[in-house]
Ligand binder design. Structure first.
Ligand code: TEU
Length: 539
């Protein structure tokens, strides 16, 4: 493929900077840490890294509350370091994707501070959604919309004299006021932010909450019953496409075109595909796959649907087993119901980590054999489980949903173990430094150091799979042919000579004739594929 098309079959590694690697030893990850680990990423074989937000932020939502989009938070480093990192990564053959958060800003952002200090109806307030409340004294929120985090989507402000004032809209936490995308300042500002990062050599952007942004300015109540496509007051509105067309034009204006990857959550296949039109985003995350159970029929249906949806628009499919918002695969695949990625309420239900690990290994081979781009969330290549953290250390605003029944998303955000046999496992080395979230005491065998020495480790499997994917021509194309090897089996051919088989059944599966085993998720005994295992064959 031409270099400009690198994103079509890339392996993209997601870095959550707070928890990846700690260069200054204060227990929080940083850019110095990432720079020191570039050889690790190069050896893993990834084509690009995507950084979740590294900008100046109060970190009320792990950085998805941005106070300054053009500067790096001092806890992570400086802009000069980010520029050095982008250039050094490129020398290792690794491109950089940054997260752009357009739906909202931090309540510490100067625009919001100015809006709070200004009068109702002032130009400063028009960049957000400030409204009077309902009720005799404005004591009721303007609408009954429900936040993705806790409670409603409106918070009441105080006037300078301390009396209750207007309300402002936030689809997420109260610390994340929503921007008004009808306002020209908001559009212009984000176009400038894009150029700012593209000019610094980033190869693309990941667009946060990309189907929100635009709201019905009349701010109606949510209709009851089924909402027709395009009729939702704050999701997937038609005007969004103008925003992304403008962004695409900016991305395409560079000699080496920049890539737009959207976080687009939509049930409707047609509406989803609209974001992938040739003059909009290059690609969007496919979340359907990770919300499915460990079941051959479900996963095949999901994969078929994804490939079918992408084909007509010419965009590559993407494969995502997890990210910083969902339960780690090793834990969810080890549950009796083999786990829906978002249902953390069942977090307390027992997990068989050994079974989960076995399945997560098979899932790694399954997704790495699919046509399209593969996303790997940091730590999944080490087979880290979800961590059952004590309630008093939880920081995620989502934790407060359901009165604390939901532990939130911190369990998949624990700092990575690099070396040694006890916490902090090479993360946060300064005297007495504690990692920002505590690591479990039993991670000695999961460190990069330990796994690098073990040819059967999860890390070794990921390295081998990514290397084969890169070398083997069959695994580069867009075609996939399903093979029928039984109800509990998922099998497909890629190119002429490569077959991937996953056995979801309870008993070993006799393999069809083959020339060579290219890679197996567990050691094979003769020519049978054990339960919960996957294999790549040369046929
Ligand atoms: O997530 C968007 C989103 O829709 C979330 O509500 C998601 O459904 C939830 O996290 C699933 O558990 C993005 C980011 O990925 C997330 O980390 C941020 O908190 C959110 O936007 C707000 O910026």
């Amino acid at each position: 493929a031409p270099a400009d098309d690198w994103w079509r079959d890339a392996v993209i590694y997601q870095i959550y900077p707070r928890s990846f690697a700690d260069g200054d030893g204060d227990g929080t990850g940083d850019l110095a840490g990432v720079r020191a680990k570039l050889p690790y990423l190069a050896e893993l074989g990834v084509d690009a890294v995507w950084f979740t937000p590294w900008y100046v932020s109060p970190l009320a939502d792990g950085g998805y509350d941005v106070a300054d989009y053009r500067a790096i938070d001092p806890v992570f480093g400086s802009l000069a370091e980010a520029e050095a990192l982008i250039a050094e990564a490129r020398e290792h053959g690794i491109r950089t994707i940054v997260d752009v958060v357009p739906n909202h800003v931090s309540d510490a952002h100067p625009w919001f501070q100015a809006a709070l200090a200004a009068r109702p109806g002032s130009p400063e307030r028009e960049r957000f959604w400030f409204r009077d409340g309902r009720g005799a004294n404005g004591e009721l929120p303007p609408t009954d919309w429900v936040s993705s985090f806790a409670g409603g989507t409106w918070t009441r402000t105080e006037d300078p004299d301390g009396t209750p004032g207007q309300w402002y809209l936030h689809l997420f936490a109260a610390a994340q006021p929503d921007l008004n995308w009808d306002h020209p300042d908001v559009r212009r500002e984000h176009e400038d932010i894009l150029r700012f990062w593209f000019d610094r050599g980033v190869a693309g952007i990941r667009i946060d909450s990309a189907s929100f942004l635009v709201k019905d300015a009349s701010l109606p109540q949510l209709p009851t019953g089924v909402i027709a496509p395009g009729a939702h007051p704050h999701q997937d509105r038609d005007e969004l496409h103008d925003v992304y067309r403008a962004w695409r034009a900016i991305a395409d204006s560079y000699d080496e075109p920049r890539v737009l990857v959207g976080e687009v959550w939509l049930e409707d296949a047609k509406r989803f595909a609209d974001y992938l039109r040739p003059d909009e985003m290059h690609s969007a995350f496919n979340f359907d796959f990770m919300t499915r159970q460990w079941d051959a029929r479900e996963l095949r249906e999901s994969a078929e649907r994804t490939l079918r949806e992408h084909e007509p628009v010419g965009a590559p499919a993407t494969w995502v087993l997890s990210n910083h918002d969902v339960t780690r695969p090793v834990s969810r695949y080890g549950r009796a119901d083999s786990g829906f990625a978002f249902d953390r309420k069942r977090f307390g239900t027992p997990t068989d980590v050994e079974l989960g690990t076995r399945r997560a290994r098979a899932a790694a081979l399954l997704t790495a054999a699919m046509p399209g781009a593969l996303y790997v969330y940091q730590g999944d290549e080490l087979g880290l489980p979800e961590v059952d953290l004590p309630v008093d250390v939880l920081q995620d605003p989502m934790h407060f949903r359901s009165e604390g029944v939901d532990p939130g998303r911190d369990g998949c955000r624990v700092p990575l173990p690099w070396s040694g046999t006890a916490a902090p496992y090479g993360f946060g080395t300064a005297d007495g430094a504690r990692t920002w979230l505590p690591q479990p005491g039993d991670w000695a065998a999961l460190t990069v150091e330990a796994q690098s020495a073990d040819p059967d480790s999860m890390l070794a499997l990921y390295r081998a799979a990514i290397a084969l994917r890169r070398e083997r021509h069959d695994l580069r194309g867009a075609e996939l042919e399903w093979l029928d090897l039984g109800d509990d089996v998922l099998a497909f051919r890629r190119g002429e000579h490569t077959v991937c088989i996953v056995n979801f059944g309870a008993t070993a599966l006799p393999l069809p004739p083959f020339r060579e085993v290219l890679l197996a998720s567990i050691p094979l005994d003769g020519s049978a594929l054990p339960a919960d295992a996957a294999v790549w064959l040369d046929v």
